[in-house]
Design a protein around this ligand. Structure first.
Ligand SMILES: [Cu+2]
Length: 135
């Protein structure tokens, strides 16, 4: 390899690298506009279908719903109806781990890839129910 070809190869690698970084950032920018916010409201433990606002949550295919726990109690966002065989299969913030909504300010998010009406509930307070309508 000549010095010139090494120089060209290095320049090409650097250019491709910058392109990859650029496209990655672009995706991040667009993704931020594709988030739908929902709040687990203060006092949610005593509420039913008003425990999460808004209810239902409206989202478009490909959008990400972000649930924020604005209550002082621990909650879950668990797909399906309580006790259903498929409960928690699509999404579940869970009872443990990094996505668990253990305290105020914690968030959980899920991206909806297909249209439909998806029920969800809280495992700790089964009266808390909600729905996501994806169009
Ligand atoms: Cu709860």
């Amino acid at each position: 390899m000549t010095n010139k070809s090494i120089y060209l190869a290095t320049t090409l690698i650097a250019f491709v690298g910058l392109m990859v970084i650029g496209v990655g950032n672009l995706n991040t920018v667009f993704a931020q506009g594709d988030k739908v916010q929902a709040s687990i409201v203060p006092g949610a433990t005593t509420l039913t279908d008003t425990a999460v606002s808004p209810n239902p949550i409206q989202a478009k295919v490909g959008q990400t719903v972000v649930w924020t726990n604005d209550d002082s109690a621990f909650h879950t966002v668990t797909s399906g109806k309580i006790g259903a065989a498929d409960a928690g299969k699509l999404f579940d913030s869970g009872l443990t781990g990094p996505t668990a909504l253990t305290s105020k300010g914690k968030t959980f998010e899920h991206t909806f890839d297909t249209a439909g009406e998806i029920d969800y509930h809280c495992q700790l307070h089964p009266a808390m129910t909600g729905k996501v309508i994806v169009t």
